[in-house]
Design a protein around this ligand. Structure first.
Ligand code: PSU
Ligand code: MN
Length: 306
């Protein structure tokens, strides 16, 4: 266990050793465990993501907040504490310090995980789908802090695009405004989480992991301090069928009219689960595993060229 001077960050010994040796490390978030998936799926998937990273030659660093410290590389027991916590706080950037100071149990979103990964010297991160500009944001102002973090922290985020529950055209516009490159893994189209297509473009289509790694390395070598979106579409066989997807999403969005703030994304994901008879959870799990494998391959490729 490595403890930063401040004592606020605790890095597990295997992650600290891997980072120090320049080995491939992949950060993983915990909000999908506590808020994105029902239990016991959340805890099971979290362990499966770590295994997927390992089987592709990477060292997983699952991140969360426990007992007033930021944990980088949580143990299985700590993961279970997170999953079992009654009301774990969903931590982004704005409530990060408050949650650490309060000493409670917090799960880290894409935004918070990017921040912690960067502090620990980790530059590759796998998640399901990033947050973005919500539908109706013109009235509510609800834009995910994930976009803020992408603009700020030099971490490549492997994801299946942004969640379809969002306003995807505005999310892509905002990424452009913030100067965050979007790389498509084997696709020229920005993926829409449960489905492969959105009709929106990416900045660069990469047809191999070596190509992704070269572009990510170039971004960092140029001196950019922002992150990148590595958009890896769900496999066709795992995608939600279009009709089921569109009808469930339409209903979920109508039902979510009265939900606001940090509850919106978990609410919509849970309604998608119920309205698709559990199929959305299977799709979510499949795309997460796919992203963990690609992130490990990317970390391996980056480590080889360091
Ligand atoms: N990807 C998933 N499931 C999730 C999330 C991502 O497959 O639950 C989480 C991430 O932690 C992301 C968060 O940061 O949803 C976005 O929440 P919000 O829209 O409130 O920023
Ligand atoms: Mn929000």
């Amino acid at each position: 266990m490595t403890t930063f001077a401040s004592g606020l960050f605790r890095v597990s010994s295997d992650v600290a050793a891997a980072v120090a040796a320049g080995k491939p490390v992949v950060a993983l978030e915990t909000t999908l465990v506590t808020h994105g998936l029902p239990q016991p799926d959340g805890i099971r998937v979290a362990a499966a993501l770590e295994d997927a990273v390992r089987s592709h030659g990477g060292v997983p660093a699952t991140i969360g907040i426990l007992d007033g410290t930021v944990r980088i590389g949580v143990t299985r027991a700590e993961l279970e504490r997170l999953a079992a916590a009654t009301n774990p706080v969903k931590v982004n950037l704005g409530n990060f310090a408050a949650e650490v100071a309060a000493g409670g149990v917090g799960s880290t979103t894409v935004a918070a995980t990017m921040f912690a990964a960067w502090k620990a010297g980790i530059h590759v991160f796998a998640t399901g789908g990033i947050g973005g500009v919500h539908r109706g944001a013109a009235e509510t102002g609800d834009v995910s802090a994930d976009l803020t973090a992408l603009a700020r922290y030099p971490v490549a985020v492997v994801c299946a695009g942004a969640k379809a529950i969002l306003d995807l055209p505005r999310t892509v516009e905002m990424l452009e405004t913030l100067g965050v490159p979007i790389l498509g893994v084997g696709t020229a189209e920005f993926p829409a989480f449960y489905r492969r297509e959105s009709g929106l473009r990416v900045d660069r289509r990469c047809d191999s992991i070596a190509d992704v790694a070269r572009t990510v390395r170039t971004h960092f070598d140029l001196g950019f301090t922002s992150g990148l979106v590595v958009a890896n579409p769900v496999a066709e066989a795992d995608a939600l069928p279009k009709e089921l997807h569109d009808s469930a999403l339409g209903t979920a969005l109508l039902e979510a009219a009265d939900v606001s703030g940090r509850g919106v994304t978990p609410y919509l994901l849970d309604r998608m689960r119920a309205l698709t008879g559990g199929a959305s959870v299977k799709t979510n799990e499949a795309l997460l595993l796919n992203n963990a494998r690609v992130a490990a391959d990317l970390a391996v490729a980056l480590a080889a060229t360091a």
